[in-house]
Design a protein around this ligand. Structure first.
Ligand SMILES: C[S@@+](CC[C@H](N)C(=O)[O-])C[C@H]1O[C@@H](n2cnc3c(N)ncnc32)[C@H](O)[C@@H]1O
Length: 252
């Protein structure tokens, strides 16, 4: 889907339908007003300046992953789903170090495919190239962000990056998971109704093709963490206030 085809009205209609499956019209209208208010606040000059606080990584690696230059359309669409924000590199590395401690020494990252759910401009994908994964895949809903992630992956490759990064533009709730051992990375990408659909899809995939799966959930809101922990095939094995680590149960 092209950037101009990804219109606000259909996206809004999907959002409204999803929200209404779980909440009353009044509650959803209230959420809509909150989103409108956040959008206005987020457009103020000092908020825009604040968003430039994440550019160090871009200066160092000569890529574009900052939230500061995202268009107003993508920011508004982001508020309906989840706003784009790149993962801070030091937090990503801390989460990966925590995961490495849990992995069987015979089963290092080279056995796993890394998948970033809601990959945005691709910062987590670029960071994942530091770990020797078998494959690296990102799935991103918004065509504008997906295009920039592809440009970043290409620039990375042209500067001697050894790994191919695959980027898919689409809805993570209908993603077709590869039948391989997987490390899933979620930096709070989905609102609650979409998270439930995503987890059901993941569960179906694991039941059909049992395989090792680890999930890093960065910045989990309390309710969302409860939703993930409630999945019968996932168990929480660690974390801090900044992230939670889950693994698929051995018998899946
Ligand atoms: C907080 S950002 C994370 C960016 C990236 N993972 C990183 O760590 O740098 C969340 C991303 O999820 C995307 N997103 C929201 N809903 C989605 C969906 N249903 N399918 C795919 N991506 C989605 C948003 O557009 C946004 O880019």
């Amino acid at each position: 889907m092209s950037e101009s085809e990804f219109n606000l009205l259909p996206a809004f209609a999907v959002w409204w339908r999803q929200e209404r499956t779980e909440a009353s019209t009044i509650t959803v209208l209230h959420r809509l007003l909150t989103i409108a208010w956040e959008f206005v606040r987020d457009s103020l000059p000092e908020k825009r300046r604040e968003r430039y606080g994440d550019v160090d990584y871009d200066w160092e690696k000569r890529v574009d992953t900052t939230a500061a230059t995202v268009s107003w359309r993508a920011r508004l669409l982001g508020l309906l789903n989840s706003p784009y924000q790149p993962v801070p590199p030091e937090e990503f590395r801390e989460m990966m170090a925590a995961l490495a401690v849990h992995l069987d020494p015979l089963s290092d990252f080279s056995h796993f495919t890394f998948i970033d759910i809601g990959s945005g401009k691709g910062r987590a994908l670029l960071l994942a190239t530091e770990y020797g994964f078998r494959r690296i895949i990102g799935i991103e809903l918004l065509p504008e962000l997906d295009r920039i992630a592809r440009e970043n992956a290409l620039a990375f490759k042209q500067r001697g990056g050894k790994m191919e990064i695959e980027v898919v533009c689409g809805d993570a709730t209908t993603f077709c998971f590869p039948v391989e051992p997987i490390v899933l990375f979620l930096f709070n990408p989905l609102p609650e109704p979409a998270l439930r659909v995503f987890l059901q899809n993941l569960e179906n995939s694991l039941r059909q093709n049992p395989r090792p799966l680890w999930m890093i959930y960065a910045n989990p809101a309390f309710e969302k963490e409860k939703i993930v922990a409630g999945n019968p095939l996932l168990s929480k094995v660690g974390g801090t206030h900044q992230y939670s680590l889950f693994r698929s149960s051995r018998e899946n």
